[in-house]
Ligand binder design. Structure first.
Ligand SMILES: [Zn+2]
Length: 188
């Protein structure tokens, strides 16, 4: 490929502000998927969603919902685009999954989300009777799965969620830290 064309192509596919984050993060498709832990595979899919949010200037959080080892819903945070404080990745994914399963209950599903769900999303997961949750980064400011609140394990509610925090935490945390660092730079 001619050098100028190569440079032009690179310019269009790699916006400068995301390039190094992409280098730090794992490749979107693992070279040997059979060697990879299944939970890490699904979390990587959630991270891909979070990168989409990052590229759109949204707080980078992504989520997927798995049923029968298949992804039935995938979403990223869209609160800015939709001007809707409830448009968190988890909420959008729950709505998609209930529509796919044609059931308000997400029985036999697992949610993978890149950041610890907030009170709203943890509450929605309890209402949906989601049995299992994996999340990446802990959220000291709003986390409701063990950090600020523990809605997913509250005995007073009628459903509890088997929760695993910190899966591939570093990847999700790097993305969030980079996002807020850029935001602070832009505000200066
Ligand atoms: Zn939330």
């Amino acid at each position: 490929m001619a050098e100028w064309l190569n440079a032009a192509v690179l310019k269009t596919v790699r916006p400068a502000r995301v390039s190094w984050v992409r280098i730090l993060l794992p490749p979107p498709f693992p070279p040997y998927p059979f060697m990879e832990n299944l939970h890490e595979h699904f979390m990587r899919e959630a991270i891909k969603e979070a990168i989409k949010a990052f590229d759109k200037g949204e707080v980078p959080v992504g989520a997927v919902i798995v049923h029968d080892k298949k992804i039935i819903a995938r979403a990223h945070n869209q609160t800015e685009l939709l001007k809707d404080p409830t448009a968190h990745a988890e909420m959008l994914a729950i709505t998609q999954a209930t529509s796919v399963l044609e059931n308000a209950r997400l029985e036999k599903t697992t949610m993978y989300v890149t950041m610890e769900p907030c009170a709203m999303c943890a509450g929605a997961l309890v209402l949906a009777r989601c049995p299992e949750l994996y999340f990446g980064a802990w959220d000291p400011k709003a986390g409701a799965c063990g950090t600020l609140f523990n809605i997913v394990h509250d005995d007073r509610l009628n459903h509890r969620i088997k929760t695993h925090g910190g899966l591939m935490e570093r990847d999700s945390k790097t993305l969030l830290q980079e996002f807020f660092k850029n935001l602070r730079k832009e505000k200066r």
